[in-house]
Design a protein around this ligand. Sequence first.
Ligand SMILES: C[S@@+](CC[C@H](N)C(=O)[O-])C[C@H]1O[C@@H](n2cnc3c(N)ncnc32)[C@H](O)[C@@H]1O
Length: 241
Amino acid sequence: MERIPEPELMEKKEQVISYDEADFSEGEVNLINQINHYLLRKNISLGEKDLIVDLGCGPGNISEKLAIKWPNTEVVGIDGSKEMILRAQYNKEVSADPKKLKKLRYICSDIKDIKLTNFLLKKKISLLVSNSLIHHITHLEDFFNTIKTMSSNSTVNFHKDLKRPFDEKTALELKAKCSKKYNEILTTDYYASLRASYTFKELKNFTLENDLSSLDVFEEGDNYLIVYGMFKNQVNGAYII
Ligand SMILES: C[S@@+](CC[C@H](N)C(=O)[O-])C[C@H]1O[C@@H](n2cnc3c(N)ncnc32)[C@H](O)[C@@H]1O
């Protein structure tokens, strides 16, 4: 199936509300567990000196779970949609346990505009995460350039996203399944996301052709892809206040 890009930012209020109100907690908990296992395997423990960044954080579902899992570590969620960041900030304020989110904050910025100079220099990023972001990015090089710029050679990258279905029939079946659980706005968005997502081959080839083979691409079941690992030979890496 041909890739059909969708708008990068989710800016419409009704789209943001539908996304925020949906329950994706099972997949979110899985992602946090996968990241945790990866860090344990690499013998990496995160503490006060570390910084976690969640790119394309949306309403903050993953950012909040990261902050709760690593309560001593600063977490920064970044999204280019003002509406999403407002929602994330609101969710943080009304959280059942705001104390656990004390080290979490949000920045509104397009990932393509994140430059070392955009932020006051303070901490290197230890863990760079995204969930359901890659398919929004029109050109893969924008995604990989961003995470490369933000990474030092000790930054763990972990990025999970949808995998583009093999054909339109499969995409429509997944859409029909989604419509049983979620409202029409979310179902329409999900279908657009499926068509906009990348294949394993596209991601893998990109890493191989751009000297990024220290990053691995993994297929999780039929519907998801994970890009993970560390960049080699990175001298700098972004710092975020
Ligand atoms: C499908 S949502 C995922 C939200 C969140 N990561 C989660 O798992 O719940 C994708 C988010 O990425 C954001 N996004 C897309 N392209 C972006 C870009 N170029 N810069 C910053 N954020 C972007 C959208 O605005 C949206 O909030």
